[in-house]
Design a protein around this ligand. Structure first.
Ligand code: FMN
Length: 357
């Protein structure tokens, strides 16, 4: 009996299984507009057809300057929400839960598409000056960000809250706050990127204040019956930096403001991070946070095989797995995994003649 294919319920939302599509930037909006288009509908829609339990959009920027690239999805206006409606309707019609990742890139904003080199882009090429907690660039070659004033940080919190309300109107049944990978909220968490002296910097309470306040504001703006998730980098892999103990404490505090699941990723804030990557390398973070903070967790990172995903969930290491690149290679991975694990799942009726029994 497969556990991977058992439903999971968060608040009033039931997902048909524990295979979730990890958020992945597609860099496929028209340059600057941030509006979902046919690419997003087909890309997200295929993964819903392919049997995933939850399908999450890429990082959707809550403000224009919070985009990683000029081609990123946005959720900073009602027009952005409207453009996402066909995707949420389609995902839901296939039996998957539509989710959106709410994001702000901070000092790592305004970069090129990966296939064009991924380097920072300046104003002449359609870029903009990035903002961050402190005037500290991410790495050599990156611009020095403007440091947000205290009032402007409050504006960022409001932007996340407004984006969450818009996401509900766009038909999303879950939102994920992106607090990982060295983007704005992670930049505030880390003592290396946050050297502020106001209430959003300094000690642990100060550096975690933005994450907590964003979570609280998003929770208040998103319908009570639907879950709020937070993706964190459980470690930044640098001595003296953000680590697992910090993450466990943060998870406890996020749980206290009504967050339902911690999506456990790692790294991305410091270019000199000492990261060793191997299959399932972030699963131990999901396990520790689940055990020590007593909160539902998601595991992500080099999870590619059915037996591997099954073992993570059945072994209680995480409650769900999020999968990225393997689901790019094969949008029908969940249907194939069900066959391998001998789980009975519904196929799209249109494809029934191709289902091997
Ligand atoms: C093309 C691509 C785009 C990504 N964009 C995002 C993103 O928007 N937000 C995010 O949190 N992670 C992003 N990631 C990271 C993935 O969600 C995932 O955590 C990572 O790829 C590890 O999982 P995997 O080994 O299953 O691919 C991206 C990864 C890829 C490959």
């Amino acid at each position: 009996m497969s556990v991977l294919f058992t439903p999971i319920r968060l608040r009033e939302l039931e997902m048909r299984n524990r295979i979730w599509v990890s958020p992945m930037c597609e860099y496929s909006c028209e340059q600057q507009d941030g509006l979902a288009n046919e690419w997003h509908l087909v890309h997200l829609g295929s993964r819903a057809v392919g049997g995933a339990g939850l399908v999450m959009t890429e990082a959707a920027a809550v403000t224009p300057e919070g985009r990683i690239s000029p081609w990123d999805l946005g959720i900073w206006s009602d027009a952005h929400a409207d453009a996402l409606l066909p995707s949420t309707r389609f995902i839901e019609a296939q039996g998957a839960a539509p989710a959106i990742q709410l994001a702000h890139a901070g000092r790592k904003a305004s970069t090129n598409r990966p296939w064009a080199g991924g380097k920072p882009v300046g104003a002449p090429e359609g870029g903009w000056e990035p903002w961050g907690p402190s005037a500290l660039p991410y790495a050599p070659g990156y611009p020095e960000p403007h440091a947000y004033s205290t009032a402007e940080v409050r504006g960022v919190i409001d932007a996340f809250a407004a984006a969450a309300a818009r996401s509900a109107r766009a038909g999303f049944k879950a939102v994920e706050i992106h607090a990982a990978h060295g983007y704005l909220i992670h930049q505030f968490l880390s003592p290396f990127s946050n050297q502020r002296t106001d209430e959003f910097g300094g000690d642990y309470d100060g550096r975690t204040r933005l994450a907590i306040e964003v979570a609280r504001a998003v929770r208040e703006s998103f319908p009570r019956e639907f879950p709020v998730l937070v993706r964190i980098s459980a470690s930044e892999y640098v001595e003296g930096g953000w680590d697992l103990d910090d993450s466990v404490e943060l998870a406890c505090r996020l749980k206290g403001v009504g967050v339902d699941l911690i999506d456990c990723s790692s790294g991305g804030n410091l270019p000199h991070q000492q990261l060793r990557v191997y299959p399932g390398y972030q699963v131990p973070f999901a396990r520790s946070i689940k055990e020590r903070a007593g909160i539902t967790t998601g595991a992500v990172g080099l999870i590619t095989a059915a037996e591997q995903a099954e073992a993570i969930v059945a072994g209680g290491e995480a409650d769900v797995v999020l999968m990225g690149r393997e689901l790019l290679r094969d949008p029908y991975w969940p249907l194939h995994a069900a066959r391998e694990l001998r789980a009975e799942v519904e196929w799209p009726k249109q494809y029934l003649r191709a289902k091997l029994s």
